[in-house]
Design a protein around this ligand. Structure first.
Ligand code: AMO
Length: 443
């Protein structure tokens, strides 16, 4: 049976079409076959609606026949009338069909996506497209899209230009240790660990504010709840700054813009589904020097940073930093500054005393950003690179600073981590559209 060629109406638009004949397409969510009537719950990305087929109506016999031979999660095209009915729990409306076409047949599902408790996370990832049908997971994708939209909007408004840098590169982009090597015809190429060098190159090219949202690859063999081998970086860089304070200030505004958008659109739903409050921070976020942070963590929580991490943070320190941020500053965010230059990349600027002009931002116990003023002076940059023992690999990058390059700075946010923390999810596997880790390359 072929249905109408009218435009499809989605669930959230149906109430505008009461009394009209419409076409609806979606999944079959549930079939409740009663003595006198068959209720079919239909679902699309915007919600659920009831389709009601009266058994006493002779004309409905072929429709009932089709539905009796169809399993839930098959997809359907329905032509029918939208009718108001107070007794219907789903929005007080129902569709009375005149034509039904099954557009694809579903087999029995490997698990009940409506009840994911107890379903192994690996099984869920194996069948991600089924796992995603749980409305919780739809919301994760919507929130990720929404925060990206909010942050993008903010940057466009502030005259940033979006760029797209290559992910296949001829030399390791940040450091050689955690880079994926790929065969590139008869030579080697690498997957970009960050758009770092290219966003800076754009500034040397005369664009003064750039950003990129794109894939970042890290060959880190770590199985933590916040590491992936491929994630989405939200990176930006801008020129003519006075210090890394300008960079932190811009990041504050950017996050406030993104979080405000999410709260406006999904705040209530996030609270209902995840039990998490979207808190809009106020400027300025607290800042703390690493040395003072160590002291506070020692005095308050009896925590001392292990020897090998001195000059840097570790996971435990990040957790306690959140506690401190809440207790002392009534903030969920904390900027940590004054990292040891030896622990940070060579492209971060140091002042005349060798003090690093960079920072990390910790949110809800996890690092979400690294940022800095960059060393834009060719001679100093070459010196920093040499000190780190970086030779040939960064030669091409150093060239960007040889022919004039404005003072600048920027940062990179891990978008997956941002969404994970925003929703209070237990890990990055739950958060990413398709997780990539040391043991996962599929689907
Ligand atoms: P960094 O290496 O700190 O800095 O990365 C920036 C942010 O990316 C996120 N992140 C990760 N997320 C998931 N899985 C991983 N394996 C992973 N590694 C990092 C974190 C981190 O804060 N070029 C600099 C940024 C800059 O200075 O502009 C950089 O890449 O949230």
């Amino acid at each position: 049976m072929k249905g109408s060629n009218k435009m499809n109406i989605s669930v959230n638009e149906l109430n505008k079409h009461v009394g009209e004949e419409i076409v609806f397409q979606g999944f079959i969510d549930a079939i409740r076959d009663k003595k006198w009537v068959m209720f079919v719950i239909l679902r699309d990305a915007t919600g659920k609606v009831q389709m009601t087929i009266e058994k006493s109506e002779e004309a409905n016999a072929p429709l009932l026949e089709i539905m009796s031979n169809t399993k839930v999660e098959s997809t359907i095209k329905v032509t029918g009338k939208v009718v108001e009915n107070e007794a219907v729990k789903l929005g007080g409306i129902e569709i009375i069909p005149t034509n039904i076409e099954i557009t694809s047949n579903a087999e029995d599902l490997p698990f009940d996506f409506n009840n994911l408790d107890g379903v192994n996370i690996d099984t869920r990832m194996d069948y991600k497209w089924i796992d995603m049908r749980n409305p919780r997971n739809t919301l994760v994708r919507q929130v990720e899209s929404c925060i990206t939209e909010g942050m993008r909007e903010f940057l466009y408004k502030n005259n940033f230009t979006e760029i797209h840098s290559p992910k296949l590169i001829g030399a390791a982009s940040e450091s050689g240790s955690d880079v994926f090597e790929v065969k590139y015809f008869d030579r080697k190429a690498y997957l970009a660990q960050s758009p770092q060098f290219y966003k800076q190159m754009a500034l040397a090219g005369g664009l003064d504010k750039v950003f990129e949202v794109g894939p970042v690859f890290r060959a880190e063999n770590s199985n933590t709840n916040r590491h992936a081998t491929e994630f989405t970086g939200f990176d930006l860089e801008f020129a003519y700054i006075n210090s890394y304070e300008d960079v932190m200030s811009l990041e504050e505004d950017l996050l406030i813009a993104g979080l405000t958008k999410v709260k406006e659109r999904y705040g209530d739903k996030i609270k209902e589904v995840f039990g998490t409050e979207v808190v809009i921070p106020t400027k300025p976020f607290p800042r703390i020097k690493l040395k003072d942070l160590y002291q506070e963590l020692h005095d308050r929580y009896n925590f001392d940073i292990p020897k090998e991490d001195v000059g840097d943070m570790n996971a435990e320190a990040e957790k306690l930093t959140f506690k401190l941020a809440q207790e002392k500053y009534n903030s969920e965010f904390m900027f940590v500054v004054d990292y040891a230059a030896t622990k940070r990349p060579f492209y971060h600027m140091r002042d005349e005393n060798g003090k690093l002009q960079g920072y990390d931002l910790i949110w809800r116990g996890t690092e979400i950003t690294s940022g800095a003023q960059r060393e834009h002076r060719y001679v100093e940059l070459c010196k920093n690179a040499k000190e780190k023992g970086l030779g040939k690999d960064v030669e091409f990058y150093l060239q960007f600073f040889k022919y004039g390059c404005p003072p600048h700075g920027g940062f990179g946010i891990g978008l997956d981590r941002l969404v994970m923390l925003l929703l209070g999810l237990s890990g990055i596997k739950e958060t990413q559209f398709l997780f990539r880790g040391p043991n996962r390359l599929n689907p």
